[in-house]
Design a protein around this ligand. Structure first.
Ligand SMILES: Cc1ncc(COP(=O)(O)O)c(C=O)c1O
Length: 391
């Protein structure tokens, strides 16, 4: 069982506010901040290179912590500066040619959609989007059809979109990709840290994530999982540096055998120590416990909001998680945000450019986003609903 009282003591800055923006950038536990400061202090005393040289074992725990979180080996993990950096490195490893097909969903993250459009512009690839069912879920039957007809170069799916609580069925898609030996890239930026994410079950070749959101790590951190299958194929980023490869002869270089070929040489080691600590903190509590408690929080919030006239929740899908988007009657975004701010409710605002297809279908161009996490309490979900009622 989780000790919420202790967890809140570990995050003292959650006590003086109602923080529900973990989908943006969460509150870090004190131990995370201490790990960063401690490492920075050492760098101040000795210089960064000496500290890195003498802290090899501690740095190695970064890869071990993420491997444990995802159910893989540390040789399958690369540090990246954020989720997008991880995603771009994975995309750049795929030798796209004119006519290649990328299959994605209507709910994939905006930046990923921009990257596919950029690939379309430069290399003439074709983008195919899997249909969405009336309940908001991805249409697996349509995906079956598409993958059989098009033999794509890549299937790319966002596990949890930035602008709704939808959980896309990445396992079902992964099984089909695996059977057909099609490369599969999963954006797990909003799911890692709030849900159990197991790369063996998802069967992906690449999985990208960020440190600052539901993992509660520092900004400027992320990581990429690369499967053994992708490594064995020799996939490596197009723009690789001396951190990912060795210049062996005048005309040759050799990529590293592990996923670290996806890293660049320079890294923010202090932040890596912070993210390691954040992941260790979460895995000690247990991701299954976090997921179960988060579900309780969200049920309570949704139940409370359902009783308030004019509150419209926009999230769809058979399975949703701790990302709730809403509007209230004809109230403007600034009007809603003012009341939330006045009550120290730290929240997010999602706008149409971050979900053009989804918001187009929903017929809105913004929603207010609430993303409670396991340091929140059920009482806070009651108070939050009362505040929203008062708008
Ligand atoms: C689903 C999803 N993918 C990717 C990203 C990009 O993450 P980062 O800013 O760490 O690159 C975000 C950020 O909000 C996101 O919500």
């Amino acid at each position: 069982m989780m000790n919420i009282e202790q967890i809140r003591q570990d995050t003292p800055y959650c006590l003086d506010k109602l923080f529900v923006n973990s989908a943006g950038s969460s509150l870090q536990p004190t131990v995370v901040v201490a790990a960063v400061k401690n490492y920075l202090d050492k760098e101040a005393q000795l210089g960064g290179y000496t500290v890195a040289d003498t802290n090899g074992v501690a740095i190695e725990t970064f890869y071990e912590a993420i491997a444990k979180l995802l159910g893989t080996q540390s040789s399958n993990i690369a540090f990246t500066h954020d989720a997008t950096d991880a995603y771009l490195k994975a995309l750049s490893a795929i030798p796209f040619q004119k006519g290649d097909v990328v299959i994605t969903s209507n709910d994939d993250y905006a930046s990923n959609q921009i990257q596919f459009l950029s690939l379309q512009k430069r290399f003439g690839i074709t983008i195919k989007r899997i249909k969405t069912l009336a309940n908001g879920d991805i249409d697996i039957a349509h995906f079956q059809e598409l993958i059989t007809q098009k033999t794509p170069k890549l299937v790319a799916i966002t596990h949890v979109p930035t602008n709704s609580g939808l959980i896309q069925n990445v396992e079902a898609i992964g099984e089909i990709c695996y059977q057909k030996a099609i490369l599969y890239l999963v954006d797990a930026c909003q799911s890692v840290g709030q849900l159990v994410v197991d790369v063996q079950k998802i069967k992906c070749d690449f999985l990208s994530a960020t440190g600052r959101k539901f993992l509660r790590g520092p900004r400027g951190t992320g990581f990429l999982y690369v499967s053994d299958r992708a490594l064995a194929k020799g996939l490596s980023p197009l723009f690789i540096d001396g951190g990912g490869a060795v210049w062996t002869k005048e005309q040759e270089y050799q990529v590293l055998p592990t996923a670290r070929r996806f890293q660049t040489w320079e890294k923010p080691y202090a932040l890596m120590m912070g993210l390691t600590t954040a992941i260790q903190y979460a895995t000690t509590i247990g991701l299954a416990n976090i997921e179960a408690y988060n579900e309780q929080l969200m049920q309570r919030l949704k139940h409370n909001l359902a009783a308030i006239p004019n509150v419209k929740i926009f999230d769809k899908g058979a399975k949703t998680c701790n990302l709730l988007t809403f509007r209230k009657g004809d109230k403007s975004a600034p009007a809603i945000q003012k009341v939330l701010n006045d009550h120290s409710v730290f929240h997010g605002l999602s706008t149409k450019e971050w979900g053009v297809i989804d918001y187009g279908k929903k017929g809105v161009d913004w929603t207010v986003r609430l993303s409670p996490h396991y340091f929140n309490t059920l009482e806070e979900m009651d108070r939050l609903a009362e505040i929203i009622e008062s708008i």
